[in-house]
Design a protein around this ligand. Structure first.
Ligand code: ADP
Ligand code: MG
Length: 209
């Protein structure tokens, strides 16, 4: 029987290994306001029945307390209307370019790690590279070099390059997870936000065998 860990649980698991955005599941707006010491914050609908949260309008950015309350109520409404018994997550906003890291258990190769450009265009662009887990520093470097639009990471139009050393460190770390978690079937970190200041996961999902 396969078991799915939605965002909060998957991120708590990953948070012991790599940097992950601060977040909390909230029951009401006062809890959300208390968490949001700095704006903007991101509100998300969390449900096993909502695989792609943004497809159902389930990801919202709040720039102040009033917006936070408005979005909280909207997400509650979506959850009721769609009957998906969702929870609401409040998460720190993280600036950066969107990357993706995934792991899949292949029947022939075993655990395979994928790296590439992330976000909502990931399926359309498919600019990714693969290696068998676990990987070395050299593998991490060549995975980066295989990305066709890697220029985006080095920065275009005056942008600063993202922290490449940190991206590679995280890739190696993630590739080692199956060593201790043999029953990992799928891991999806999309996006991993990368900037010159650092790298943080803001969405994750795990499927266990
Ligand atoms: P899903 O993939 O389920 O639709 P995500 O959590 O990946 O939902 O959010 C969708 C998009 O919203 C992301 O690709 C990113 O552009 C943006 N986003 C999500 N969380 C954050 C965050 N904490 N900070 C900044 N942007 C975010
Ligand atoms: Mg996502």
């Amino acid at each position: 029987m396969q078991k799915v860990w939605t965002e909060k649980r998957a991120e708590d698991f990953l948070g012991k290994r790599i940097p992950v955005a601060r977040s909390i599941i909230v029951k009401d707006t006062s809890q959300a306001v208390k968490f949001a010491k700095k704006y903007p914050v991101v509100l998300k609908i969390i449900s096993e029945k909502a695989l792609h949260k943004s497809d159902i309008g389930g990801v919202k950015i709040a720039h102040d307390e009033a917006e936070l309350e408005k979005h909280f109520n909207e997400l509650s409404k979506i959850s009721r209307r769609k009957k998906i018994r969702a929870q609401i997550l409040v998460q720190e906003f993280v600036q950066g370019r969107e990357l993706v890291i995934g792991i899949n258990k292949d029947p022939v190769f075993g655990h395979v790690i994928m790296f590439g450009l992330g976000g909502k265009y990931v399926e359309t662009i498919r600019d990714v590279s693969f290696r068998v887990c676990p990987i070395t520093g050299k593998d991490a470097e060549s995975m980066l070099q295989e990305i066709k639009y890697k220029k985006l990471l080095y920065g275009v139009r005056g942008e600063k390059p993202v922290d490449m050393a940190e991206v590679k460190r995280i890739l190696i770390k993630v590739s080692c997870i199956p060593l201790t978690s043999r029953k990992l079937k799928e891991l999806d970190i999309n996006p991993l936000m990368a900037s010159e200041k650092g790298v943080k996961a803001v969405d994750a999902r795990i499927v266990w065998e």
